[in-house]
Ligand binder design. Structure first.
Ligand SMILES: C[S@@+](CC[C@H](N)C(=O)[O-])C[C@H]1O[C@@H](n2cnc3c(N)ncnc32)[C@H](O)[C@@H]1O
Length: 515
């Protein structure tokens, strides 16, 4: 067998699967499937299919997902660095599809890092509603924040807190909640053999209590009539069907919903709930777990996954409302996490690119809040064509456009309170990279298109200064070419440049550069 599997795992799977075991175990001699998902915040699938240089095959359960062929390296293409697609294991695309997100929904991704499913949620929201994305790990949340920015997400708030504390701040607030739970990872052994090496007999037990706590908080965060999707990438019934049976016993107001049969997926296995423990759960709840969904490597082209769609029976209109404050000139301290990030970023250049430094900490004179807002407003007027820029919120000298009032995040470890649009340094407004990454070409007054074929796009992504003649600076207003220019890679926004006298100074952040 190509993948070395733990003995205890093999024994359990043989016992559970019976006749199916032979075809299941044979998959460990086969290659895993690779996939990518188009970022529809930046490009439509039809346009992408015309541009993309490698062969793609559609994934049945995800309209924006594709299998990539063996040997193709989508991570080495400039489109990847411009955020056109996310490299994602095909089965991992199923939970967000099951969440059935609608425009304007308030969505919470509770265990989100590094952000595969959050970027999928953001693409479904298309800039409407709200995405709150969270992970308990400070280290992993850095990658989450970077992905939110790379993929041009405007409507997200990134948190690094516990589900319980978030539930205290936002009771009954969200329409849809995704719990992509920390789990024993058995479904990933073929793709990530390290997970098989790290697995031990007690991995399952260690995960169970975490999963229970997260589910409990999620039920408190959900608005009446909302939906929770609970997913794992493991086979163990203790973390899957048993977890759902226990949740249903404690929450009579929820039903389990089935996913479309056309996905080729399999049903949940209520009969696998340990019969010696089954008196812990009601027969009705155990039976209901047959409606859960299992993705098996011997039945579909993808790795092992479990998905449960939990539908709250209340009426949707009863949800609580948080109004966005119209004026946000405030003088409170930056969020706790910003302070911590500042300390972390001192030792790491990479870190500093992920966390926006609070410029108030320098000894230089600091702009007052009205000046910072004036700086942003003036920049927006002169350089952008945003229909609805949203409400600016200040954290130190940093400006964010946020979907929630600052007060609603009080006390939560907030990594990004919204779309970071820039900061004021030495009295000047400096636009942020995430602002550029989320702009469409028609939303910038000046832009320049760099082609991949001529090598300019890669040189830009590597941080080089480029010679660009004035006639190549596209302007959708009668302005001089001099100033901030949105740099496009084959028509897709990638970052800022500053044009002067035929030279495009590179503003692509050092920590993001293609090395
Ligand atoms: C399966 S991974 C998430 C993958 C992610 N959803 C994606 O698609 O990229 C599980 C995540 O849960 C996080 N986690 C573990 N315990 C948690 C908790 N109590 N609350 C929130 N997140 C937690 C881990 O740090 C890890 O990043």
């Amino acid at each position: 067998m190509k993948t070395a599997l733990p003995e205890a795992f093999i024994e359990r799977m043989e016992q559970l699967l019976g006749e199916e075991y032979t075809s299941f175990i044979a998959t460990y001699d086969q290659l895993y499937y690779s996939g990518l998902r188009i970022n529809t915040l930046k490009i439509a699938p039809e346009a992408f299919e015309k541009k993309v240089p490698f062969k793609l095959q559609p994934i049945p359960w995800c309209p924006t997902g594709y299998y990539t062929e063996d040997g193709v390296k989508p991570g080495k293409h400039p489109y990847y660095h411009a955020g056109l697609y996310y490299i994602q294991e095909p089965s991992a695309m199923a939970p967000v599809e099951a969440l059935d997100i609608q425009l304007d929904d308030r969505v919470l991704d509770l265990c989100a890092a590094p952000g595969g499913k959050s970027t999928q949620i953001a693409a479904k929201l298309q800039g409407t509603g709200l995405l709150v994305t969270n992970d308990i790990s400070a280290e992993r949340t850095k990658a989450l924040a970077k992905n939110i920015e790379l993929y041009g997400v405007r409507n997200a708030i990134v948190l690094n807190d516990s589900p319980e504390r978030i539930a205290n701040a936002f009771p009954n607030f969200f329409d849809r909640i995704l719990i992509d739970a920390p789990c024993s990872g058995e479904g990933m052994f073929r793709k990530e053999p390290d997970m098989a090496r790290q697995w031990e007999k007690h991995s399952v037990e260690k995960c169970e209590w975490m999963q229970q706590d997260i589910l409990k908080s999620a039920s408190a965060l959900l608005a009446p009539g909302g939906t929770i999707v609970y997913s794992t990438c493991t086979f163990s019934p203790e973390e899957n069907e048993a977890m759902i049976a226990s949740f249903l016993d404690d929450h009579a107001e929820f039903n389990v919903m089935e996913v479309p049969k056309s996905w080729g997926t399999a049903s949940g296995r209520p009969e696998w709930i340990d019969s010696s423990k089954s008196n812990e759960w009601s027969e009705e709840s155990i039976k209901a777990t047959a409606k859960c969904t299992r993705l098996w490597p011997h039945k579909i082209q993808g790795e092992g996954h479990f998905v449960a769609v939990l539908q709250h029976q209340g009426k949707r209109a009863e949800r609580s409302h948080i109004a966005i404050e119209p004026v946000c000139i405030q003088s409170s301290a930056p969020p706790a996490e910003t302070k911590r990030n500042r300390t972390e970023s001192k030792g790491s250049r990479r870190g500093s690119s992920l966390h926006h430094k609070d410029t108030r900490s320098s000894m230089k004179p600091v702009a007052v809040e009205s000046e910072i807002l004036d700086g942003w407003n003036q920049f927006a007027q002169e350089n952008l064509k945003l229909e609805d820029p949203g409400v600016p919120v200040l954290y130190g000298s940093n400006v964010y456009l946020s979907r929630l009032p600052k007060s609603s995040l009080n006390g939560l470890k907030t990594v990004r309170p919204g779309w970071y649009v820039g900061t004021v340094k030495h009295g000047r407004f400096i636009p942020g990279h995430p602002l550029a990454a989320a702009l469409r070409s028609d939303e910038a007054v000046r832009s320049v298109n760099l082609s991949i074929e001529q090598g300019e796009a890669v040189r830009y992504l590597k941080g080089e200064t480029l010679e660009i003649s004035a006639d190549r600076v596209l302007r959708n207003e009668d302005v001089a070419p001099k100033g901030f220019v949105l740099v496009l890679v084959d028509g897709i926004s990638a970052g800022w440049g500053k044009w002067l006298d035929g030279i495009l100074k590179n503003e692509y952040p050092a920590g993001w550069r293609w090395t």
